[in-house]
Design a protein around this ligand. Structure first.
Ligand code: OSB
Ligand code: MG
Length: 368
Protein backbone atom coordinates (compact mmCIF):
# COMPACT_ATOMS: atom_id res chain seq x y z
CA UNK A 1 0.00 0.00 0.00
CA UNK A 2 0.94 3.61 -0.35
CA UNK A 3 -0.37 6.13 2.19
CA UNK A 4 -2.12 9.10 0.60
CA UNK A 5 -3.52 10.89 3.60
CA UNK A 6 -3.63 10.77 7.40
CA UNK A 7 -6.27 12.62 9.44
CA UNK A 8 -6.51 12.99 13.18
CA UNK A 9 -10.02 13.50 14.55
CA UNK A 10 -10.34 14.56 18.19
CA UNK A 11 -13.59 13.38 19.80
CA UNK A 12 -15.32 13.77 23.13
CA UNK A 13 -18.15 11.40 24.10
CA UNK A 14 -20.01 11.68 27.41
CA UNK A 15 -19.97 8.46 29.46
CA UNK A 16 -23.34 7.18 30.64
CA UNK A 17 -21.94 7.27 34.19
CA UNK A 18 -18.75 8.71 35.65
CA UNK A 19 -15.83 6.26 35.81
CA UNK A 20 -13.44 6.42 38.75
CA UNK A 21 -10.36 4.30 39.38
CA UNK A 22 -7.62 4.61 42.02
CA UNK A 23 -5.79 6.87 39.57
CA UNK A 24 -8.38 8.95 37.73
CA UNK A 25 -11.97 10.07 37.50
CA UNK A 26 -13.77 11.01 34.32
CA UNK A 27 -17.20 11.82 32.95
CA UNK A 28 -16.33 11.53 29.26
CA UNK A 29 -13.97 9.86 26.85
CA UNK A 30 -11.79 12.51 25.28
CA UNK A 31 -9.49 10.92 22.72
CA UNK A 32 -8.76 10.92 19.02
CA UNK A 33 -9.19 8.71 16.01
CA UNK A 34 -6.76 8.30 13.15
CA UNK A 35 -8.00 7.77 9.61
CA UNK A 36 -5.39 6.50 7.17
CA UNK A 37 -6.27 6.67 3.48
CA UNK A 38 -4.17 4.44 1.23
CA UNK A 39 -4.26 3.79 -2.51
CA UNK A 40 -6.38 0.69 -1.82
CA UNK A 41 -8.52 1.29 1.31
CA UNK A 42 -9.25 3.45 4.33
CA UNK A 43 -8.42 2.33 7.87
CA UNK A 44 -9.27 3.60 11.34
CA UNK A 45 -7.74 3.43 14.79
CA UNK A 46 -8.52 4.90 18.22
CA UNK A 47 -5.95 6.34 20.63
CA UNK A 48 -6.10 4.28 23.83
CA UNK A 49 -4.91 6.97 26.22
CA UNK A 50 -6.43 9.97 27.91
CA UNK A 51 -5.71 13.71 27.97
CA UNK A 52 -3.80 13.21 31.24
CA UNK A 53 -0.94 10.73 31.84
CA UNK A 54 -2.60 9.01 34.81
CA UNK A 55 -2.99 5.43 33.54
CA UNK A 56 0.18 5.39 31.44
CA UNK A 57 2.94 7.91 30.77
CA UNK A 58 1.42 8.69 27.39
CA UNK A 59 -1.28 11.31 26.95
CA UNK A 60 -3.30 12.65 24.04
CA UNK A 61 -1.39 15.87 23.33
CA UNK A 62 1.97 14.07 23.47
CA UNK A 63 0.74 11.27 21.22
CA UNK A 64 -0.64 13.82 18.75
CA UNK A 65 2.77 15.52 18.64
CA UNK A 66 4.83 12.34 18.28
CA UNK A 67 2.52 11.09 15.52
CA UNK A 68 2.64 14.37 13.61
CA UNK A 69 6.36 15.06 13.92
CA UNK A 70 7.98 11.62 14.18
CA UNK A 71 5.84 8.57 13.46
CA UNK A 72 3.69 9.56 10.49
CA UNK A 73 6.65 11.08 8.54
CA UNK A 74 8.68 7.87 8.96
CA UNK A 75 5.83 5.59 7.93
CA UNK A 76 4.57 7.55 4.91
CA UNK A 77 8.15 7.82 3.56
CA UNK A 78 8.17 4.08 2.81
CA UNK A 79 7.51 2.99 -0.79
CA UNK A 80 5.54 -0.01 0.40
CA UNK A 81 3.52 0.22 3.58
CA UNK A 82 2.36 -2.95 5.34
CA UNK A 83 1.25 -3.55 8.90
CA UNK A 84 4.32 -5.64 9.72
CA UNK A 85 6.75 -3.05 8.31
CA UNK A 86 5.14 -0.22 10.27
CA UNK A 87 6.80 -1.18 13.56
CA UNK A 88 10.14 -1.41 11.77
CA UNK A 89 9.74 2.10 10.34
CA UNK A 90 8.75 3.47 13.77
CA UNK A 91 11.42 1.58 15.77
CA UNK A 92 13.99 4.43 15.89
CA UNK A 93 11.45 6.46 17.90
CA UNK A 94 11.66 5.33 21.50
CA UNK A 95 8.67 4.49 23.65
CA UNK A 96 5.22 5.88 22.82
CA UNK A 97 3.55 2.48 22.38
CA UNK A 98 0.02 3.91 22.37
CA UNK A 99 0.82 6.38 19.59
CA UNK A 100 2.55 3.59 17.64
CA UNK A 101 -0.38 1.23 18.23
CA UNK A 102 -2.76 3.79 16.80
CA UNK A 103 -0.88 4.26 13.52
CA UNK A 104 -0.17 0.54 13.10
CA UNK A 105 -3.81 -0.29 13.79
CA UNK A 106 -5.21 2.15 11.23
CA UNK A 107 -2.82 0.64 8.67
CA UNK A 108 -3.81 -2.89 9.74
CA UNK A 109 -7.48 -2.00 9.26
CA UNK A 110 -6.73 -0.65 5.77
CA UNK A 111 -4.63 -3.70 4.90
CA UNK A 112 -7.38 -6.11 5.97
CA UNK A 113 -9.98 -4.10 4.04
CA UNK A 114 -7.74 -4.16 0.98
CA UNK A 115 -7.90 -7.96 1.06
CA UNK A 116 -11.57 -8.07 2.16
CA UNK A 117 -10.43 -9.96 5.23
CA UNK A 118 -11.91 -9.62 8.73
CA UNK A 119 -9.34 -8.52 11.31
CA UNK A 120 -10.37 -11.53 13.40
CA UNK A 121 -9.36 -13.85 10.57
CA UNK A 122 -6.05 -12.02 10.07
CA UNK A 123 -5.22 -12.36 13.77
CA UNK A 124 -6.27 -16.01 14.03
CA UNK A 125 -9.55 -15.85 15.92
CA UNK A 126 -11.33 -19.16 16.56
CA UNK A 127 -14.55 -17.85 18.15
CA UNK A 128 -17.32 -15.64 16.86
CA UNK A 129 -18.66 -14.68 20.29
CA UNK A 130 -16.70 -13.70 23.37
CA UNK A 131 -17.81 -13.40 27.01
CA UNK A 132 -18.36 -9.81 28.08
CA UNK A 133 -17.30 -8.61 31.50
CA UNK A 134 -17.88 -5.19 32.96
CA UNK A 135 -15.47 -2.95 34.84
CA UNK A 136 -17.23 -1.11 37.67
CA UNK A 137 -15.77 2.18 38.86
CA UNK A 138 -15.42 3.30 42.46
CA UNK A 139 -18.70 4.75 43.72
CA UNK A 140 -19.51 7.09 46.62
CA UNK A 141 -21.35 4.47 48.67
CA UNK A 142 -21.67 0.68 48.95
CA UNK A 143 -25.42 0.96 48.36
CA UNK A 144 -24.70 2.83 45.13
CA UNK A 145 -22.22 0.12 44.10
CA UNK A 146 -24.74 -2.67 44.72
CA UNK A 147 -27.25 -0.81 42.57
CA UNK A 148 -24.83 -0.48 39.68
CA UNK A 149 -23.70 -4.12 39.89
CA UNK A 150 -27.28 -5.36 40.10
CA UNK A 151 -28.12 -3.43 36.93
CA UNK A 152 -25.22 -5.03 35.04
CA UNK A 153 -26.10 -8.53 36.27
CA UNK A 154 -29.70 -8.04 35.14
CA UNK A 155 -28.31 -7.36 31.66
CA UNK A 156 -26.39 -10.65 31.76
CA UNK A 157 -22.72 -9.67 32.05
CA UNK A 158 -20.47 -12.71 32.47
CA UNK A 159 -18.30 -11.26 35.23
CA UNK A 160 -17.86 -8.18 37.38
CA UNK A 161 -14.60 -6.33 37.98
CA UNK A 162 -14.53 -3.84 40.84
CA UNK A 163 -12.05 -1.00 40.87
CA UNK A 164 -10.38 -0.84 44.28
CA UNK A 165 -8.06 1.47 46.21
CA UNK A 166 -6.95 1.74 49.85
CA UNK A 167 -10.16 2.45 51.78
CA UNK A 168 -12.36 0.88 49.07
CA UNK A 169 -11.39 -2.79 48.85
CA UNK A 170 -12.39 -5.48 51.38
CA UNK A 171 -15.73 -3.88 52.32
CA UNK A 172 -17.14 -3.37 48.80
CA UNK A 173 -15.98 -6.87 47.83
CA UNK A 174 -17.64 -8.35 50.92
CA UNK A 175 -20.87 -6.46 50.16
CA UNK A 176 -20.99 -7.60 46.52
CA UNK A 177 -20.31 -11.22 47.52
CA UNK A 178 -22.95 -11.13 50.21
CA UNK A 179 -25.54 -9.59 47.89
CA UNK A 180 -24.92 -11.63 44.72
CA UNK A 181 -23.51 -14.92 46.00
CA UNK A 182 -20.44 -17.10 45.57
CA UNK A 183 -21.21 -18.12 41.98
CA UNK A 184 -20.63 -14.61 40.62
CA UNK A 185 -17.33 -14.37 38.71
CA UNK A 186 -15.80 -11.44 40.60
CA UNK A 187 -12.40 -9.78 40.37
CA UNK A 188 -10.74 -6.51 41.38
CA UNK A 189 -8.40 -4.00 39.75
CA UNK A 190 -6.17 -1.71 41.83
CA UNK A 191 -4.43 0.18 39.01
CA UNK A 192 -1.12 0.21 40.98
CA UNK A 193 -2.66 1.64 44.19
CA UNK A 194 -0.83 -0.58 46.74
CA UNK A 195 2.68 -1.43 47.84
CA UNK A 196 4.20 -4.55 49.30
CA UNK A 197 3.65 -3.30 52.87
CA UNK A 198 -0.09 -3.70 52.16
CA UNK A 199 0.32 -7.47 51.63
CA UNK A 200 -1.26 -8.35 54.96
CA UNK A 201 -4.25 -6.14 54.23
CA UNK A 202 -4.65 -7.56 50.71
CA UNK A 203 -4.75 -11.06 52.20
CA UNK A 204 -8.13 -9.96 53.50
CA UNK A 205 -9.40 -10.38 49.93
CA UNK A 206 -8.45 -14.07 49.81
CA UNK A 207 -11.61 -15.26 51.55
CA UNK A 208 -13.86 -13.99 48.72
CA UNK A 209 -12.80 -16.41 46.00
CA UNK A 210 -11.86 -13.70 43.50
CA UNK A 211 -10.90 -14.78 39.99
CA UNK A 212 -7.93 -12.42 40.17
CA UNK A 213 -6.50 -9.21 41.57
CA UNK A 214 -5.29 -6.97 38.77
CA UNK A 215 -2.18 -4.80 39.04
CA UNK A 216 -2.01 -4.31 42.81
CA UNK A 217 1.52 -2.81 42.76
CA UNK A 218 3.48 -0.33 40.67
CA UNK A 219 3.96 -0.97 36.97
CA UNK A 220 7.74 -1.40 37.30
CA UNK A 221 7.50 -3.65 40.34
CA UNK A 222 7.66 -7.18 38.93
CA UNK A 223 9.74 -8.35 41.88
CA UNK A 224 7.15 -6.99 44.31
CA UNK A 225 4.36 -8.79 42.47
CA UNK A 226 6.36 -12.03 42.66
CA UNK A 227 6.73 -11.54 46.43
CA UNK A 228 3.06 -10.67 46.83
CA UNK A 229 2.06 -13.73 44.81
CA UNK A 230 3.70 -15.92 47.47
CA UNK A 231 1.54 -14.30 50.15
CA UNK A 232 -1.85 -14.33 48.39
CA UNK A 233 -4.12 -17.16 47.30
CA UNK A 234 -5.89 -14.84 44.84
CA UNK A 235 -4.14 -15.03 41.44
CA UNK A 236 -2.36 -11.85 40.37
CA UNK A 237 -3.12 -10.46 36.91
CA UNK A 238 -0.84 -7.84 35.38
CA UNK A 239 -2.10 -4.95 33.24
CA UNK A 240 0.13 -1.83 33.37
CA UNK A 241 3.31 -3.92 33.88
CA UNK A 242 3.02 -5.82 30.60
CA UNK A 243 4.21 -3.69 27.69
CA UNK A 244 5.57 -6.40 25.40
CA UNK A 245 5.91 -10.13 24.87
CA UNK A 246 9.34 -9.88 26.49
CA UNK A 247 7.75 -8.33 29.60
CA UNK A 248 5.22 -11.16 29.70
CA UNK A 249 7.96 -13.78 29.48
CA UNK A 250 9.91 -12.16 32.33
CA UNK A 251 6.82 -11.65 34.53
CA UNK A 252 5.73 -15.26 34.09
CA UNK A 253 9.28 -16.52 34.70
CA UNK A 254 9.49 -14.54 37.95
CA UNK A 255 6.11 -15.80 39.15
CA UNK A 256 4.81 -12.20 39.16
CA UNK A 257 1.47 -13.13 37.60
CA UNK A 258 -0.81 -16.07 36.83
CA UNK A 259 -3.04 -14.14 34.42
CA UNK A 260 -2.34 -11.40 31.84
CA UNK A 261 -4.61 -8.56 30.72
CA UNK A 262 -3.74 -7.75 27.09
CA UNK A 263 -4.56 -4.23 25.91
CA UNK A 264 -3.44 -3.72 22.33
CA UNK A 265 -3.03 0.02 22.79
CA UNK A 266 -0.73 -0.39 25.80
CA UNK A 267 1.57 -2.87 24.07
CA UNK A 268 2.08 -1.07 20.74
CA UNK A 269 -0.64 -2.74 18.68
CA UNK A 270 -2.32 -5.96 17.63
CA UNK A 271 0.81 -7.72 16.36
CA UNK A 272 2.55 -7.38 19.72
CA UNK A 273 -0.73 -8.23 21.47
CA UNK A 274 -0.83 -11.48 19.52
CA UNK A 275 2.78 -12.25 20.46
CA UNK A 276 1.90 -11.74 24.13
CA UNK A 277 -1.04 -14.09 23.67
CA UNK A 278 1.32 -16.66 22.15
CA UNK A 279 3.93 -16.37 24.94
CA UNK A 280 1.26 -16.67 27.64
CA UNK A 281 -0.62 -19.51 25.99
CA UNK A 282 2.59 -21.49 25.51
CA UNK A 283 3.15 -21.30 29.27
CA UNK A 284 -0.41 -22.06 30.32
CA UNK A 285 -1.17 -18.50 31.39
CA UNK A 286 -4.77 -17.46 30.61
CA UNK A 287 -5.28 -14.05 29.03
CA UNK A 288 -8.20 -11.69 28.50
CA UNK A 289 -8.63 -8.45 26.61
CA UNK A 290 -8.59 -5.23 28.61
CA UNK A 291 -10.15 -1.97 27.54
CA UNK A 292 -9.80 1.80 27.78
CA UNK A 293 -13.51 2.65 27.49
CA UNK A 294 -13.10 2.55 23.71
CA UNK A 295 -15.73 3.73 21.27
CA UNK A 296 -16.97 1.23 18.69
CA UNK A 297 -13.80 1.78 16.64
CA UNK A 298 -11.41 0.37 19.24
CA UNK A 299 -13.93 -2.08 20.67
CA UNK A 300 -14.49 -3.78 17.30
CA UNK A 301 -10.75 -4.36 16.96
CA UNK A 302 -10.39 -5.61 20.54
CA UNK A 303 -13.23 -8.08 19.92
CA UNK A 304 -11.30 -9.52 16.99
CA UNK A 305 -8.30 -10.15 19.25
CA UNK A 306 -10.47 -11.62 22.01
CA UNK A 307 -11.52 -14.33 19.55
CA UNK A 308 -8.04 -15.93 19.76
CA UNK A 309 -7.81 -19.30 21.52
CA UNK A 310 -5.90 -18.15 24.61
CA UNK A 311 -8.54 -15.56 25.60
CA UNK A 312 -10.25 -17.94 27.99
CA UNK A 313 -11.43 -15.44 30.63
CA UNK A 314 -14.21 -12.84 30.24
CA UNK A 315 -12.95 -9.57 28.77
CA UNK A 316 -13.33 -5.89 29.63
CA UNK A 317 -15.44 -5.63 26.50
CA UNK A 318 -18.95 -4.45 27.28
CA UNK A 319 -21.91 -3.39 25.16
CA UNK A 320 -21.82 0.15 23.71
CA UNK A 321 -24.62 1.14 26.11
CA UNK A 322 -22.39 0.46 29.13
CA UNK A 323 -20.20 3.36 27.96
CA UNK A 324 -22.16 5.68 25.66
CA UNK A 325 -25.77 6.67 25.02
CA UNK A 326 -24.78 6.74 21.35
CA UNK A 327 -21.71 5.12 19.79
CA UNK A 328 -19.91 6.44 16.71
CA UNK A 329 -20.20 3.05 14.97
CA UNK A 330 -23.12 0.67 14.85
CA UNK A 331 -23.66 -0.28 18.52
CA UNK A 332 -22.42 -3.52 20.11
CA UNK A 333 -25.20 -5.39 21.88
CA UNK A 334 -25.01 -7.91 24.69
CA UNK A 335 -26.39 -11.32 23.76
CA UNK A 336 -26.50 -13.88 26.57
CA UNK A 337 -23.48 -12.33 28.26
CA UNK A 338 -21.46 -12.28 25.04
CA UNK A 339 -20.52 -9.85 22.28
CA UNK A 340 -20.11 -10.90 18.65
CA UNK A 341 -16.76 -10.74 16.95
CA UNK A 342 -17.28 -8.55 13.86
CA UNK A 343 -17.03 -10.53 10.63
CA UNK A 344 -16.89 -7.82 7.97
CA UNK A 345 -13.63 -6.69 6.30
CA UNK A 346 -11.10 -5.00 8.60
CA UNK A 347 -12.59 -4.03 11.96
CA UNK A 348 -15.99 -4.85 10.44
CA UNK A 349 -17.59 -1.62 11.64
CA UNK A 350 -18.29 1.69 9.92
CA UNK A 351 -17.71 5.05 11.50
CA UNK A 352 -21.04 6.86 11.16
CA UNK A 353 -20.11 10.24 9.64
CA UNK A 354 -23.06 12.24 10.96
CA UNK A 355 -22.72 10.84 14.49
CA UNK A 356 -18.96 11.31 14.45
CA UNK A 357 -19.35 14.94 13.44
CA UNK A 358 -21.55 15.61 16.48
CA UNK A 359 -18.81 14.36 18.84
CA UNK A 360 -15.86 15.82 16.95
CA UNK A 361 -13.87 18.47 18.78
CA UNK A 362 -11.32 19.20 16.05
CA UNK A 363 -9.68 17.62 13.00
CA UNK A 364 -6.20 17.96 11.58
CA UNK A 365 -4.62 16.51 8.46
CA UNK A 366 -1.23 15.12 9.48
CA UNK A 367 -0.19 14.13 5.98
CA UNK A 368 -1.50 14.68 2.47
O1 OSB B 1 -7.15 -0.68 34.26
O2 OSB B 1 -8.37 -1.83 33.04
C1 OSB B 1 -8.03 -0.72 33.45
C2 OSB B 1 -10.28 1.97 31.89
C3 OSB B 1 -9.38 3.01 31.76
C4 OSB B 1 -8.10 2.83 32.22
C5 OSB B 1 -7.69 1.61 32.79
C6 OSB B 1 -8.59 0.57 32.89
C7 OSB B 1 -9.92 0.78 32.47
C8 OSB B 1 -10.98 -0.22 32.61
C9 OSB B 1 -12.13 -0.11 31.64
O3 OSB B 1 -11.01 -1.03 33.50
C10 OSB B 1 -12.40 -1.36 30.90
C11 OSB B 1 -13.32 -1.15 29.70
O4 OSB B 1 -12.92 -0.51 28.71
O5 OSB B 1 -14.44 -1.63 29.77
MG1 MG C 1 -6.49 -2.65 34.67
Amino acid sequence: MKIERVDLIAVRLPLVRPFRTSRMAGTDRHTFLLRVTTDTAEGWGEFGGDPEPLYSAEFAAGAHRVLRDHLVPRVVAQDTVTTARTAVAMAPVKGNPMAKALLETAILDAECRTHSMPLATYLGAVRDRVPAGVSVGITDTIAGLLDVVSGYLAQGYARIKLKIEPGWDVEPVRAVRREFGDELALQVDANTAYSLVDAQHLRGLDEFGLVQIEQPLGEDDLRGHAELAKLLRTPICLDESIRSAADAAVAIGLGACRVVNIKPSRVGGYLEARRIHDVCTAQGIPVWCGGMLETGVGRAQNLALAGLPGFVLPNDLSASSRYYAEDITEPFLLDNGCLSVPDGPGSGVTVLPETLSRYTVSTETLYE
